[in-house]
Design a protein around this ligand. Structure first.
Ligand code: NAD
Length: 434
């Protein structure tokens, strides 16, 4: 954690209810669960069970370095709940990975899968390592050894990891290969986010950004705005942000500002988002783009736009800046960009916030499509992935919208109620064994 109470990704801590004390992802996740439980008709015993993960596997991951020396890293796999199906969630390589962070993030995955009505529960894991300090060969050896250390708790019917911070399709390919070698059979369904040549799905990479764009379009329609008159600012022009911005631009919205870690660009007449290269495509190209105005990331967040899409890191809308937010609506592209306390202020100010567990859930939804393709050994076309994602997003959006309309809940509370009702229903129906 750094001095202002945020980890590097900002996802593990928040400024909490008081605006002063930071808290862990696990504490935030439990608090959100309690708040959701107060709106949902779910048995207290079920809520008590959901406050705890089913299992957290901690492992040592020894790594032979290229120079012959040996280092030992710590890895985790947190499995929160699998009442609706196998645990699902990413594996991250980051120096600040902890058991508590994995548990908190695995809880969010449980809600995200449930709000999308996917037959999965929540998992999350990783290794406490800075991947930038590893050569490609060391990353491969670390991934294979980590796969072996958690092999007993993962599997296509048990727990299906995916890429997260610091990992990508290549790590998933090594993981799948290591698992398959030990099982004695090619098992593509053990992880998602693989390259398509070994069973990955087309459209997986752009899926979270696509779902952000879809729910933004639906929200614009819900509030009777016209997409052509809608101005949008996107913080973080990476995988999620660039895909969302380019689609919204294509659908007629005016994307007036985008940013990367180095700063933001602004054009009140609308940027040509296809022409702006993303940070991953070429680092520094966003802030270096020849736009009418340059802004800081902080200024971008405070722009007077219709839709603000924070799509970079967590905890960027806090009690420090929430009063300066001038957007008419926030759509969360990143995981946890709004702190618990700032969320309450936005609610008071009547600024709707479409939550992360719905908005960026396109990623896990296409992971589900990948898992189906792997089980059936039949690859879908990109067109089919887009069509099915659109259908799943609309289904989830409508389920959440009904609660917003009928019970006057915030979008976040409504999404949690949908998720919790499904999980609670499954738990109550299955009962407790023995
Ligand atoms: P990415 O690395 O592709 O892009 C991140 C972007 O944010 C880059 O443009 C980077 O320059 C910018 N950025 C980094 N630090 C910043 C800072 N301090 N201030 C402003 N901008 C900053 O990452 P991504 O995959 O697009 O993920 C973004 C967020 O979305 C994360 O919170 C991630 O957890 C979440 N998310 C990602 C996926 C996915 O599958 N990619 C799925 C769901 C949620």
């Amino acid at each position: 954690m750094n001095e202002d109470g945020k980890n590097r990704n900002g996802e593990a801590v928040t400024d909490g209810g008081s605006g002063s004390e930071p808290e862990t992802a696990l504490a935030t996740a439990r608090r959100q669960l309690e708040r959701a439980a107060s709106h949902a008709d779910v048995d207290d015993g079920v809520v008590a069970r959901l406050k705890h993960p089913t299992r957290v596997q901690q492992v040592s991951v020894p790594l032979r370095r290229d120079d012959g020396s040996l280092d030992v890293f710590t890895g985790f796999r947190a499995q929160h709940d699998d009442v609706r199906g196998p645990y699902k969630g990413g594996l991250r390589y980051h120096p600040e990975v902890t058991a508590d962070e994995c548990i908190g993030l695995s809880m969010w995955m449980t809600w995200k899968c449930a709000v999308m009505d996917l037959p999965f529960g929540g998992g999350k894991g990783g290794v406490a390592v800075d991947p930038k300090t590893l050569s490609d060969e060391e990353r491969e050896r670390l991934t294979r050894r980590f796969a072996e250390e958690i092999r007993n708790v993962v599997g296509p019917k048990k727990d299906v990891p995916a890429p997260d911070m610091g990992t990508g399709p290549q790590e998933m390919a090594w993981f799948m290969d290591a698992y398959s070698m030990q099982q004695g059979e090619t098992t593509p369904g053990v992880v998602t986010g693989k390259p398509p040549v070994i069973g990955g799905s087309y459209g997986r990479e752009e899926a979270p950004g696509r779902s952000v764009a879809i729910v933004t379009r639906e929200a614009v329609d819900f509030y009777d705005w016209n997409i052509e008159d809608t101005t949008v600012a996107v913080q973080g022009f990476g995988s999620v942000g660039a895909n969302a911005a380019r689609l919204l631009d294509e659908w007629g919205a005016k994307v007036v500002a985008v940013s990367d870690v180095d700063g933001a660009i602004y054009d009140p007449d609308g940027l040509d988002t296809q022409d702006v290269e993303g940070h991953d495509e070429r680092p520094g190209m966003v802030s270096g783009y020849d736009a009418p105005e340059s802004l800081s990331n902080e200024e971008l967040l405070e722009l007077d736009v219709d839709v603000l899409i924070p799509a970079a890191i967590g905890n960027v809308i806090t009690t420090e800046n929430v009063d300066a937010i001038s957007a008419e609506m926030v759509v969360e592209g990143a995981n946890g960009p709004t702190t618990f306390a700032a969320d309450a202020v936005l609610e008071e100010r009547g600024i709707p916030v479409v939550p992360d567990i719905l908005a960026n859930a396109g990623g896990v939804t296409v992971s589900y499509f990948e898992w189906l393709q792997d089980i059936n050994r039949r690859q879908w076309s990109l067109e089919r992935v887009h069509e099915e994602l659109e259908a799943e997003m609309l289904k989830a959006w409508n389920a959440v919208r009904e609660h917003v309309e009928e019970r006057d809940l915030t979008w976040r509370d409504a999404a949690y109620v949908v998720a919790l009702s499904r999980i609670g229903g499954a738990k109550e129906t299955r009962g407790l064994w023995p």
